[in-house]
Design a protein around this ligand. Structure first.
Ligand code: ADP
Ligand code: ZN
Ligand code: ZN
Length: 742
């Protein structure tokens, strides 16, 4: 056996793997991730490295291979655990080891620390006065000015001195040479949390909250680490529960990671954690500078941080004794990486927790089917919060059938009911949100008179209108002619839905000239703090109406909002995606959950062309379990996750003919490589966008009941692709249980 070792993990490129032989004294003792000592370079300098894999035959001539020297003492370091996690990710999600390592290891390239320099006078009053006379006698004015200033105030900030006393650095250094002063350098870490919390709200848990916390802590006490799903209705106080659990884990001397979708990582949220844990909290987000980011890692390594809050990538925070990973809003699609390895934070968190002896807490008002399914099968422990924390009622939800509005002659984007309620709110000075559901909108075609949607006869997902004028299924490749008349009712009001947030904003301003309107979408949040700015303006009551895309429904708490309107609930329903029903239920429920979080009761209006669809019906009832049963029925019938496992094989290349041929070979190969006899291969189909930047794309879908069947086939395919010249110009990626289809 030979060990594959990376020698320098602080090297950002990480693209060199070295082979070492395993001496008989170490046989059977080495594991992936272990830190070992190896001879390196011409002089055989003893260096540490990490084992990232094994192979039975070496790539190089055996006699030139050097042996591993020893296992490094205390080898179970953070880095070695992260290397082992990377190896798991490579196996579980595909891609190369290098890609996996780059994902998990913190960037070691040290940014320069910020320095604070202070100038300190070394002389006493008398000596100082004598020296001052000396400088004055010699007419050395700048030196005299500096010394006089220091005699007045013996310790000062370097940068202030140069300005205030108008002296150059040369003068300061000259006096230092003469032993008059000293320059003290203090290294400071940039702290991205830029505010201080003075008052601390003391909240005592509700009975339900306490029960959830107790269950977690009792297991933890017994070292029964596991995964919990905190399923709590909107406004039930999940964050309080997380903080209690974190407090408990931190009191054991261990650390916690809190994953929050980037969009919800606002001032409001961070402040709550900061209020509880002070500056033992750190955050990571994409807006941090490289310097701020590297400082946070430095603080972590020095043990100055107990709680790290951040989006998906914060999962790899190199804590030395990680005790808990919280994933808030676990149903969010952003927890799935879009880069190789295409990992899901939920599964990867579970694996990291397993390696570290830690627990995972997932939280959501609308859990992913995956998470709830695992509660049903006993893999996760369910913790439920059924009531809002301050006992507010959930909003009353009305569904409006837009087909009826059309029959009444109302062709506006606002139903009569929504318009009436909006007027009422404006009169009362209460706030409202209008949510334009554009998620997953991929050009599906529907009838505005009867709600009929054109679907694939084989896959039960909607067909998409392509530019070439045909309707296409993105799973199996089925195509048909565009239709001009509704096959169900004969109406010619059939086509794609096209209103954007800007159009809605303009319409609202025309209809309600007295109202002030804010808009939040991709366009208005482009700038660095764009979304934060709009949210806080709205929270401060600077506008009556907030119009936006799904961005506005995520986890924000506006107590004065008493009305939520959902325009076009259907757009996400018929995205041509097997998760469309789940997305729709989630968005509608979360949207309704924004209303009535303060003292006044809230109302929500859902406008739809398909009021009878179970996602809409159950969201209006805010009945998650009802939805779950219906959706699982569909997933079982069609063999979609979480009942079955799905692997998308994405292929891209500049030569369409070659691509087509290669993908067909790959399909045949997959069928042959499968030993279980239970693998199903679908496609190849063209993704949504069949060609990007002159790169053509194709996708294959592999289905099986067992994940391990898919990883086995994936491993065979990876070898097959590497060995065959024909694939060299193509880019092939694997995506397990994709969040959307391509
Ligand atoms: P969720 O994340 O479940 O939607 P939050 O954690 O944002 O809910 O809590 C909603 C509101 O309820 C927050 O303003 C929070 O301060 C408040 N809250 C939470 N727990 C309690 C409690 N035990 N008593 C009073 N208010 C609470
Ligand atoms: Zn129709
Ligand atoms: Zn199809």
């Amino acid at each position: 056996m030979y060990a594959e070792v990376i020698v320098d993990i602080s090297n950002e490129k990480l693209d060199k793997v070295f082979e070492y032989s395993i001496p008989s004294t170490l046989e059977g003792m080495l594991q992936i991730g272990m830190e070992v000592m190896v001879p390196f370079g011409r002089g055989n300098r003893e260096t540490n490295g990490y084992i990232i894999g094994f192979r039975s035959s070496p790539e190089f001539t055996p006699d030139r291979i050097k042996p591993v020297l020893s296992i490094r003492e205390g080898s179970r370091s953070v880095s070695s655990r992260l290397v082992a996690l990377a190896a798991w990710m490579k196996e579980y999600y595909g891609g190369t080891m290098i890609q996996a390592l780059k994902t998990v290891l913190p960037i070691k390239k040290k940014e320069k620390l910020l320095e604070r320099r202070r100038v300190r006078l070394l002389l006493d009053e008398e000596e100082g006065q004598r020296k001052l006379d000396f400088y004055l006698g010699k007419n050395q004015r700048a030196r005299a000015r500096l010394l006089a200033g220091l005699l007045e105030q013996p310790e000062q900030e370097y940068d202030l001195i140069t300005k205030k006393l108008n002296v150059s650095s040369a003068v300061i250094h000259a006096l230092r040479e003469q032993g008059v002063l000293e320059i003290d350098i203090e290294h400071i870490f940039r702290n991205p949390v830029k505010y201080q919390v003075r008052e601390k709200k003391n909240i005592s848990c509700t009975e339900e909250q306490q029960a959830a916390v107790d269950c977690f802590c009792m297991d933890y006490e017994k070292k029964h680490y596991g995964t919990y799903l905190l399923y709590g209705v909107t406004g039930s106080g999940k964050t309080e529960v997380y903080m209690e659990m974190i407090q408990y884990v931190v009191s054991k001397g261990r650390q916690a990671i809190v994953l929050i979708p980037e969009i919800a990582l606002t001032y409001q949220t961070v402040l709550r954690f900061y209020g509880r844990f002070g500056d033992r909290v750190s955050i990571l987000n994409s807006r941090l500078s490289p310097g701020e980011r590297s400082d946070q890692m430095e603080r972590v390594e020095r043990g100055e941080v107990d709680v790290m809050i951040g989006p998906r990538s914060a999962l790899f925070t190199p804590f030395s004794d990680l005790g808990l990973i919280v994933i808030d809003e676990e149903h969010e699609t952003t927890y799935k990486s879009e880069q190789v390895p295409r990992f899901h934070a939920r599964e990867t968190a579970e694996e990291r927790a397993r390696m570290e002896g830690a627990s995972v807490v997932l939280g959501s008002a609308t859990p992913s089917l995956e998470a709830f399914y695992r509660c049903r099968t006993g893999k996760y422990t369910l913790l439920a919060l059924t009531k809002r924390a301050a006992d507010q009622k959930l909003a009353a939800v009305y569904t409006v059938d837009m087909r009826e509005e059309l029959k009444k002659g109302n062709r506006s984007i606002l139903s009569d009911r929504l318009r009436r309620l909006m007027k009422e709110r404006l009169a009362k000075g209460q706030q409202m949100m209008l949510f334009l559901n554009r998620r997953g909108y991929a050009g599906f075609v529907s009838c505005r008179s009867c709600g009929y949607v054109v679907k694939c006869p084989h896959c039960d997902v909607s067909l998409s209108a392509h530019r070439n004028g045909r309707l296409v299924c993105h799973y199996c490749g089925y195509e048909e002619q565009v239709i001009r008349k509704c096959p169900s009712c004969g109406s010619s009001y059939i086509g794609g839905f096209k209103a954007g947030t800007q159009a809605v904003e303009e319409l609202i301003k025309r209809e309600f000239p007295q109202a002030s309107v804010l808009r939040m979408d991709m366009d208005t949040t482009k700038t660095k703090d764009g979304h934060e700015r709009i949210l806080s303006a709205f929270a401060n009551g600077e506008a009556d109406i907030l119009v936006g895309t799904q961005m506005i429904v995520k986890g924000h708490d506006f107590p004065n909002v008493t009305l939520v309107g959902v325009l076009a609930a259907d757009l996400s329903l018929y995205g041509d995606d097997y998760r469309a029903g789940e997305r729709t239920f989630e968005l509608l429920t979360q949207a309704a959950g924004r209303a009535g979080r303060g003292k006044q009761k809230g109302e929500a209006v859902i406008q739809t062309y398909s009021p009878e669809h179970y996602s809409v019906v159950m969201a209006a009832r805010q009945d998650y379990e009802g939805f779950y049963e219906e959706e699982m029925h569909y997933r079982k019938l069609m063999g979609y996750p979480p009942v079955s496992e799905l692997l998308a094989v994405l292929a891209g290349g500049g030569d369409e003919e070659l691509l087509e041929k290669a993908v067909r070979y790959l399909k045949e190969f997959a069928v042959r490589a499968d030993k279980s006899g239970k693998l199903q291969v679908i496609g190849p189909a063209s993704p949504h966008v069949g060609k990007v930047n002159d790169v053509y794309r194709r996708v294959l879908y592999l289905k099986s009941e067992d994940y391990s069947t898919l990883t086995a086939v994936k491993n065979h395919m990876e070898q097959y692709i590497e060995m065959n010249q024909g694939f060299q110009t193509l880019k092939i990626q694997f995506d397990f249980n994709p969040m959307n289809i391509f």
